[in-house]
Design a protein around this ligand. Structure first.
Ligand code: 13P
Length: 251
């Protein structure tokens, strides 16, 4: 059975005090979440270690929102895999559309980041997703295939245990507009097919594929009910403990 995952991408939100409050509220309600569900939170870099300390006694995992492809050296403003692991991040989000569009991360950059992360045995939440223009032209599958082929599919079969894929249609991020459950299912099934064809059906069957883009308590249930949707990568709604946990309880 595939792992069910609800991951919060906190983006650039919350100072230390606000994060402590949020984590406190999340911890208070953890008892309500089914043990089968893996919860992940992704604080900004400076808050990774305090989050790790705060979550020590829990099963909540911590992911960073980005990582350098380089090991160390003269890369001002960058953060390495070793540094992330040292402060308790077991996973990293790579290829988020905001990184791709605002910071010009290319598929080639992402392929290198994936390689570095895997060398350090980090787990990766690899994001893909088309922009509105591509969806209008019905090119979404082609776009996502290209992102996967260029950015992720160079990995070895044995590394798939470290990979989670997040399908986040750019037009649904922070817009209040969600892909319909049918649209999400269709793309998730396509992604699984791509993995089966390039690797093996067994590997494809085991990879968790999350949906992201305006997921909230009101729509999570019908999205998560789809056969190939294994959870969500949540932005705005993950900043409220009640909403985040309600989403986690939507399977
Ligand atoms: P929203 O849930 O705010 O639309 O953001 C989704 C997202 O980008 C998660 O990575």
């Amino acid at each position: 059975m595939r792992r069910k995952i609800v991951a919060g991408n906190w983006k650039m939100n919350g100072d230390l005090a606000e994060m402590e409050d949020l984590l406190g509220e999340i911890k208070n309600q953890l008892g309500s979440v089914d043990e089968e569900i893996t919860l992940i939170v992704s604080p900004p870099f400076p808050n990774l270690y305090p989050a790790f300390q705060s979550l020590r006694e829990t099963d909540v995992l911590i992911a960073a929102q980005n990582m350098s492809q380089h090991e160390k050296g003269a890369f001002t403003g960058e953060v390495s895999a070793d540094m992330l692991k040292g402060v308790g991040a077991k996973a990293v989000i790579l290829g988020h559309s905001e990184r791709r569009s605002l910071y010009h991360e290319t598929n080639k950059d992402l392929a290198e980041k994936v390689k570095t992360a895997l060398n350090h045995k980090m787990n990766i939440i690899f994001c893909v997703g088309e922009e509105l223009e591509s969806r209008k032209q019905n090119k979404q599958v082609k776009v996502v295939k290209h992102q996967l082929e260029e950015g992720l599919f160079h990995i070895n079969s044995k590394d798939w245990g470290h990979i989670i894929i997040a399908y986040e249609p750019v037009w649904a991020i922070g817009t209040g507009e969600t892909a319909s459950p049918a649209q999400a299912q269709e793309m998730h099934a396509e992604i699984r097919k791509m993995i089966a064809e390039k690797f093996t059906p067994e590997i494809a069957e085991k990879v968790s594929i999350l949906y992201g883009g305006s997921v909230k308590p009101a729509n999570a249930k019908e999205i998560f009910a789809k056969k190939d949707v294994d959870g969500g990568l949540i932005g705005g709604a993950s900043l409220k403990a009640d909403d985040f946990l309600a989403i986690a309880n939507s399977f």
